[in-house]
Write a protein that binds this ligand. Structure first.
Ligand SMILES: Cc1cc2nc3c(=O)[nH]c(=O)nc-3n(C[C@H](O)[C@H](O)[C@H](O)COP(=O)(O)OP(=O)(O)OC[C@H]3O[C@@H](n4cnc5c(N)ncnc54)[C@H](O)[C@@H]3O)c2cc1C
Length: 385
């Protein structure tokens, strides 16, 4: 099978579905390939920062997300040194709530919105390679469909929205332009049977523990900390679940006690040695977006929001290049420049937090993070749609 479009996107989650939605709304012919068949979960917790909520609101999807039963979160509590401060979520950048929908719900909703806008979504298609023309420009994606039959999708542009281990980045030869220690870990599980009152963040020595309510009365309970600590906690107990409970008793003892009255309704899962890496985000005929271009530790919970922001920056650049209003190289260089500017402060704060400094410094960094997210959320309102 061989089809041709303006843009072929590999990956249909946060970055891919958002890029497709925006390009399709701008009138471009877009095809999106994903080896998964949605609805499908992925390895990730899913607290969306204000920046991501602002994007969902701007794109007209926030009400639909809340309509799936993901609770509107209106309070956030911070605990450090035994003291808890609870704050209402302020009305800023046009949103007065946060939300944490399960990924199988959120990503499906976004992919469906992209399809309604005219994007063709092809689930069960695994992309395995790129094709180039005589000048070296990437012109197509090859792979196989769910039956194993070969497929080829030609496009004026190929976008890799295929996550941390991006095939498009690898095959395009996208250089790593920035890399830092991969020292952090994030583990999580879902619990129900306990009343939740918004997001909870508990800061302890070498750990940030959190709770956010999600669908069906459940909450995601997570611990971020150095990989060495997570590894030691795991080795000290016979099962991953027992290790998580014991780790939680150290990092958030009051929460651990409350959870004794609830029920764990999922296995414990997570990621060790989380990469902090940026890749060159474009070349002739190709571009990267989302985790494929930039991956950071989960301690700041920004991946989905970053993907939404960069989808918008990339869609604007590809739109200009496809219409011919801007030279392609200038348009993609503009994308890279805006992406680098937008991520810098938040990436630096993520790296500093993922080093787990002493609690007072960690608290100070968290405060700076909150201000930086609010500034970034306000900046999103200046993007044209
Ligand atoms: C433990 C953990 C906790 C996290 N917690 C949060 C959080 O609370 N909040 C937050 O905002 N972010 C969080 N993140 C980060 C967030 O999950 C990512 O940043 C986000 O998913 C990036 O979206 P993406 O679309 O770029 O990539 P992905 O979500 O990785 O999607 C890539 C898609 O590409 C598809 N794909 C890959 N290769 C191919 C191929 N060859 N052919 C076809 N399809 C392909 C995959 O099937 C997948 O659907 C967390 C991450 C981890 C690991």
């Amino acid at each position: 099978m061989n089809t041709r479009s303006d843009v072929v996107i590999v990956g249909a989650r946060a970055a891919g579905a958002a890029t497709a939605l925006l390009l399709a709304r701008l009138g471009h012919d877009v095809v999106v390939l994903d080896r998964a068949v949605f609805p499908a979960d992925t390895l990730s917790t899913h607290q969306i920062a204000r920046t991501g909520v602002v994007q969902l609101h701007r794109w007209g999807l926030l009400d639909a997300v809340l309509g799936t039963g993901a609770p509107a979160i209106r309070r956030v509590s911070f605990t450090a040194g035994g003291e808890t401060v609870t704050r209402a979520v302020k009305d800023k950048a046009g949103v007065d709530l946060l939300v944490a929908p399960r990924r199988q719900v959120l990503d499906t909703l976004l992919a469906e919105a992209a399809a309604r806008a005219g994007a063709r979504i092809r689930f069960g298609v695994t992309a395995t390679g790129l094709r180039r023309d005589g000048t070296g420009r990437v012109v197509a994606v090859t792979g196989h469909d769910g039956r194993g039959d070969p497929v080829r999708y030609d496009g004026r542009f190929v976008v890799g929205a295929d996550g941390l281990r991006s095939m498009v980045a690898r095959e395009a030869g996208a250089a790593v332009v920035e890399e830092h220690a991969a020292g952090g870990a994030a583990q999580y599980a879902y619990y129900d049977g306990v009343p939740w009152d918004g997001i909870e963040l508990i800061i302890a020595d070498r750990a940030l523990t959190g709770v956010f309510p999600t669908h069906d009365g459940a909450a995601c309970v997570w611990i971020c900390g150095p990989s060495g600590d997570a590894h030691r906690a795991r080795r000290a107990r016979p099962t991953r679940a027992e290790a998580f409970t014991a780790y939680l008793r150290r990092t958030a003892p009051e929460l651990a006690r409350r959870l004794e009255h609830g029920r764990r309704v999922s296995p414990v899962t997570g990621m060790l040695r989380t990469p902090n890496v940026r890749r060159a985000a474009h070349g002739p005929g190709w571009a990267l977006v989302g985790d494929a271009a930039y991956h950071r530790d989960a301690v700041t919970g920004l991946g989905i929001s970053d993907a939404y922001r960069d989808a918008e920056l990339l869609a604007a650049a590809l739109d200009a290049a496809l219409r011919g209003t801007t030279d392609e190289r200038a348009a993609l260089a503009g994308y890279r420049h805006r992406h680098e500017l937008a991520l810098r402060e938040l990436f630096d704060l993520t790296l500093a937090l993922a080093a787990y400094p002493p609690v007072p410094r960690f608290v100070e960094l968290q405060k700076r993070l909150a201000v930086a997210i609010d500034t970034a959320a306000a900046d999103l309102l200046t993007l044209s749609q």
